[in-house]
Ligand binder design. Structure first.
Ligand SMILES: Cc1ncc(COP(=O)(O)O)c(C=O)c1O
Length: 372
């Protein structure tokens, strides 16, 4: 028998693939229950923008035509949003794809990428897949004002002349921690000009802190900056897979060399374009999230359960033991949350902010599980 595993490229041999949240249908089939709720993948409980759904519906009629490989209309809208030109925008099949394209463009054996401990799981994956070295810098202490958040000094200390990429998640998933403008700007200025700094802003629109930066405004000053954004969160289009980056045109041109010609499908392009203009849907999503964070935070506090203060659309809470029993118990109550042991948080679980009803359902389910 041929062992294809040993024939795989070195980066793939030891690769453990990304584990997505459990789909509702899977849980319902496994446990024979109905009306389960999924609060496991940081999706938008409000659903997609109605304008986006309508636009995708119209685009269905032209499914026999390849999408615009350059995604020009959407790029123009995004360029306008960020005050850049369309040549600075790179579209991806989710922002996840852009992260992977960055790794394929700049990383290889002998090169390294720096990220924080407890940072988004895709960074180490895309680095390892191309057999580059991933360097996880120590995070902020659990008792700091940003528990388990990025320690920018520790990250800078890991950068050496072979560091081609630094990944910064702002806010970070699964900690929900964030970086203020001044600290982040100082960090980027300090990183060598030859090292690309990827600032992942998948949850940016949820953040309401006055000192939270819009780093897309810094591109003029930092040619080594690439900012990623997602349509999966605030715009509620996770199922279509759409994200993008904004960078210098020179960096974008390189990333686009490894991109598949039609990586973003026609429905995603049409829906994305409509979603950009639906400011009402964005505002309502932000409002619902703000209320939901308060509801979940107060509920956890009442129950004496500690959590990491979050500016995203999720809360990561500490059950102070291996959370398998609580996770399984919640599943039996029909509530899917996310274990985060693979993020180096072995006693925490992450819950996505849902509708008020879903949040209440989660808290009640937690009561039932903790009582048992
Ligand atoms: C921090 C962060 N970045 C990027 C992504 C990828 O999102 P998408 O590929 O759906 O745009 C996620 C998804 O959960 C995330 O949490």
């Amino acid at each position: 028998m041929v062992d294809f595993a040993v024939l795989a490229v070195p980066g793939v041999q030891a690769l453990r693939p990304y584990e997505p949240g459990k789909p509702v249908e899977t849980l319902e089939r496994e446990l024979g229950i109905r009306e389960a709720v999924k609060l496991a993948s940081n999706e938008n409980p409000l659903g997609p923008s109605p304008l986006a759904v309508e636009a995708a519906g119209r685009a269905l009629r032209n499914l026999h035509i390849y999408p615009d490989g350059n995604g020009l209309a959407l790029k123009e809208a995004l360029a306008e949003r960020h005050g850049v030109v369309p040549e600075q925008v790179t579209l991806g099949n989710g922002s996840n794809e852009v992260l992977e394209l960055v790794a394929r463009t700049w990383l290889a054996p002998g090169r390294n990428a720096v990220y924080s401990r407890h940072a988004f799981a895709v960074y180490p994956l895309v680095v390892q897949a191309v057999a580059a070295e991933g360097r996880a810098a120590n995070a902020r202490p659990a008792d700091s004002d940003q528990p388990y958040g990025h320690d920018l000094d520790a990250m800078a200390a890991q950068v050496d002349p072979d560091t081609r990429v630094v990944f910064v998640a702002n806010p970070n998933n699964p900690t929900g921690t964030w970086l203020a403008a001044e600290a982040l700007e100082r960090f980027i200025a300090r990183v060598p000009a030859e090292t690309l700094v990827v600032v992942d802003e998948a949850y940016a629109e949820y953040v309401e802190r006055p000192d939270y930066p819009d780093t897309t405004r810094w591109l003029q000053r930092f040619p080594n900056l690439l900012v990623t954004r997602s349509f999966s969160k605030i715009h509620g289009l996770a199922g279509l897979r759409l994200g993008y980056s904004v960078s210098s045109a020179a960096v974008a041109e390189l990333v686009n060399r490894v991109r598949q010609p039609f990586n973003v499908n026609a429905l995603a392009q049409a829906a994305g374009l409509a979603a950009v203009s639906d400011t009402g849907h964005v505002a309502e999503s932000v409002r619902m999230n703000r209320e939901g964070l308060k509801q979940l935070g107060a509920g956890l506090e009442q129950r004496g359960i500690g959590f990491i203060p979050s500016v995203g659309n999720f809360l990561t809470f500490d059950v102070r033991e291996a959370p398998g029993a609580v996770y399984e118990g919640l599943l039996r109550e029909g509530v899917i949350v996310r274990p985060v042991a693979n993020y180096g948080l072995p006693t925490h679980l992450r819950v996505t902010v849902g509708t008020p009803t879903e949040n209440e359902r989660f808290l009640r389910a937690l009561d039932a599980v903790l009582k048992a």
